[in-house]
Ligand binder design. Sequence first.
Ligand SMILES: Cc1cc2nc3c(=O)[nH]c(=O)nc-3n(C[C@H](O)[C@H](O)[C@H](O)COP(=O)(O)OP(=O)(O)OC[C@H]3O[C@@H](n4cnc5c(N)ncnc54)[C@H](O)[C@@H]3O)c2cc1C
Length: 456
Amino acid sequence: MLAAELPTGLARELTNAVGGAHVLTDPEITAGFATDWTGRFRGHSPAVVRPGTTAQVAAVVSACARAGVAVVPQGGNTGLVGGGVPLRGEVVLSLVRLQDLGAVDVAAAQVTAGAGVTLARLQAHVAPHALAFGVDLAPRDSCTVGGMIATNAGGMHVVRYGTTRAQLMGIEAVLGDGRVVSHLGGLVKDNTGYDLAGLLTGSEGTLGVVTAARLRLVPLPRERATAAFGFERWTDAVDAVAVLRARVPGLEAVEVMVRAGVELVAGHHGWLPPPALLAPVSLLVDAIGEEDPLQELARAAGELTLVAEPAVATTPDQRQRLWAIREGHAEAINQLGAPLKLDVSVPAAAIAAFVAALPGLLPAGARLDLFGHLGDGNLHVNLTGIEGSPEPIEAAVLSAVVGAGGSISAEHGIGTAKAPYLHLCRTPAEIATFRAIKAALDPVGIMNPNAVLPPP
Ligand SMILES: Cc1cc2nc3c(=O)[nH]c(=O)nc-3n(C[C@H](O)[C@H](O)[C@H](O)COP(=O)(O)OP(=O)(O)OC[C@H]3O[C@@H](n4cnc5c(N)ncnc54)[C@H](O)[C@@H]3O)c2cc1C
């Protein structure tokens, strides 16, 4: 049941569970929770409920399950596929008050974090122990541990440490009927049945609510070097990734940009980018180590087919200036109008042909902006200036991705945006298995009902 207003009994139960101050019903306030970061996805909600403990989450979810009222979990609301937005009047379950952050276990290099802890707070908490979290994303000040787990967030350092799933040592979650499952011991070896942390990671709030997680930490690098390399052709940039992997043991990030996007960001801020970033295609590369890894990067550069002098950052300021251009892409593109964002991955061997074919799939007048994490074969295809329904273009681009052996969602998830296209990359047997898992963990079907799975 989707409620324009909360049933009276449920409103009372929610207030009893979390306190009246944390059941927000003023439409001017709930509107902020019902619109996504891009402005493309807009919904409405009778109430935003903000539990402060796992027990309160369980009470809220059980009450909603009993009332048959659908729930959309939400963390920092930085998701880009409409998964955290109450598109059809669901209750929003905001997890930002789950702020517990345990003592850092230096011996195990682990920490337990509440779902509402932001990535920036997590990073700041572990850094004094010479440790870091293996996943880093631009919206670090807003995105939460729970949201990152729910989307299996990727980001800049996947080439070194893997996605969020690879950082999980245990999870605590409230399932769709209010049952709590908790396994936060953090044992490295623990083959005692099904991997619930792995299952809930990437489930986008459709199976349950992540309330806390035991996270693996990595050494905080002592030294870091950053360089930008410019290429004439995509094939040269793709070939460069293989060289960098082979020659730079401390490789941490390999990000790709194109000239039009760099000019857009630079123009937006009034910056002057270095020539390497004004090449047709450029890579921004980070390497880390105990010793300065600049020599590793310089040696690798000698084997690359470059069209401009590499830009090298030797101070934190210079480094920040190069990274600001890469991290400024999403915001600068948003200024052109709510973009159609297609986050895809394509096998390395097929990337150049896929990029070359893209303009032919777009209508006249559409603007294409491409950037992404080339080290993972992950491209963010951003389209603006589209008149009318974006669906035919979306379908054409995603079909081309699948045709190239790629994935229709590299790291942002399926959400509501790509649920109609899930069948392009998952077989009927796989989708039936997904539905069976959902039925077991969310028997009433209240958890984020518009996300991931298309209507049967
Ligand atoms: C500028 C910008 C750059 C970005 N860069 C990257 C990037 O490099 N890599 C990347 O992977 N993503 C990126 N993203 C997308 C986004 O930041 C990630 O998906 C992030 O993990 C979302 O976290 P959140 O807390 O904001 O989640 P939300 O947006 O609030 O929610 C996202 C999804 O998770 C579910 N959810 C949230 N919290 C919970 C919970 N506790 N339990 C169960 N389900 C929950 C929601 O229902 C929704 O389906 C970027 C976004 C922006 C705006």
